[in-house]
Design a protein around this ligand. Structure first.
Ligand code: AQP
Length: 343
């Protein structure tokens, strides 16, 4: 039996509109876990500023993403919904972790290499230590599970390394202060479903991303039914039709991506989709995909617009969430300070 009670933490960056990748890769599991775990979902605004954000746009995006969370099916009564910067313990624990994590560990992070691009010297220091802040987001609640998309796997491994090193470095204090063998849990990544890595609609080798300059590469949760249908019709495919078996998707990233998206949206499996559509043309499959995407996403867009018209409600959700999150985080930060010898 674990000494840690089941608790879930996850977050998304307010760097633009949420897209189908965020929804299928992470949000579907977030919604499910509300019935099995204590759940905390934050809008990770401190992560967003690791690359330049226009202040006015950032302020709006924090509210937009909060509305999207609720419109997708997160219930502010069952889940604690808040924005990261309101709970100062995230940043405080991140500093302690900056002193626990090793440079060599951060040097291996592929997301930094991708986001910093060729001119690493010009990247912000925040972008480099982003994974330490992410570890703090999780461990300031001693969360036991984190539902994320495939791209976050490496960061979660780092979170486990940081927890383990902290537990070993401070083992004597942890034991003497009555916390047993470990203060932090080794958090489990939850990466499940048929679409843990949704790819760009324009290039099946690149992940669907908020920051891709081409809007045609992604389906945003705010897109109209017409936009969704148009983007799916224009999605890149190869010259062959749909195979009837999974092995027929090998080395066909665009086909594999669209089939995975259909399976995730329809609550089916890749096998099931190929049984239904295998042997047919892409054009008719794309029409069916557009229908299922519109049926699933349009109610979310409508609800989001309704919520955004009530700014006081969104503000209340964030204030209440921050108070509830802070009540969990404050005693944990106090323990950490005692364990480290700061108090
Ligand atoms: N394409 C994707 N497929 C599956 N899951 C995805 N996620 C993101 N893109 C995909 C998951 O969504 C959650 C929130 O991600 P995020 O907003 O914090 O940051 P990100 O991973 O950096 O997302 P973007 O869209 O690529 O943002 P930008 O372009 O700003 O960097 C995470 O659980 C992530 O795995």
């Amino acid at each position: 039996m674990s000494q840690f009670s089941p608790r879930v933490l996850s977050g998304m960056q307010p760097t633009g509109n949420l897209h189908l990748g965020n929804y299928l890769g992470a949000m579907l599991n977030w919604i499910k876990m509300q019935s099995t775990h204590e759940t905390l979902y934050c809008v990770v605004d401190l992560h967003a500023i690791t690359v330049w954000q226009e202040p006015k746009e950032l302020r709006k995006a924090i509210r937009d993403v909060t509305a999207a969370y609720i419109a997708c099916g997160l219930d502010p009564k069952r889940s604690i919904i808040f924005n990261q910067s309101r709970v100062h313990e995230h940043a405080e624990l991140a500093w302690v972790f900056n002193c626990v994590a090793r440079l060599g560990w951060l040097n291996r992070m592929t997301q930094f290499k991708e986001k910093a691009g060729k001119d690493k010297e010009k990247a912000s220091v925040g972008l480099y230590v982003y994974p330490n802040l992410m570890a703090a987001d999780i461990l300031i609640y001693r969360a036991t599970a984190v539902p994320v998309g495939e791209d976050q796997k490496q960061h979660l491994e780092l979170t486990r390394d940081i927890a383990q090193k902290f537990n070993i470095d401070f083992a004597d204090e942890i034991r003497e202060q009555g916390f047993g063998d470990a203060y932090f849990p080794l958090t489990e990544p939850i990466i499940t479903g048929p679409a843990t890595r949704v790819m760009s609609l324009r290039d099946g080798t690149k992940k669907m991303s908020k920051s891709d300059p081409s809007d045609l590469s992604r389906i945003n949760l705010t897109d109209s039914a017409d936009d969704i249908a148009r983007k799916i019709r224009k999605a890149k495919t190869d010259a062959d039709g749909l195979p009837s078996e999974v092995k027929g998707l090998e080395a066909r990233p665009e086909a594999e991506n669209l089939v995975g998206i259909y399976a995730a949206l329809a609550g089916s499996s890749v096998d099931g989709v190929l049984r239904e559509f295998g042997g047919g043309q892409f054009s008719s499959f794309k029409n069916a995909l557009a229908d299922v995407a519109v049926a699933k996403l349009s109610p979310i867009t409508e609800e989001m617009n309704r919520l955004l018209a009530d700014s006081a409600y969104i503000e209340n959700v964030l204030a209440d969430g921050a108070a509830r999150a802070g009540a969990i985080a404050a005693p944990i930060m106090h323990d950490v300070k005692k364990i480290v010898g700061l108090i």
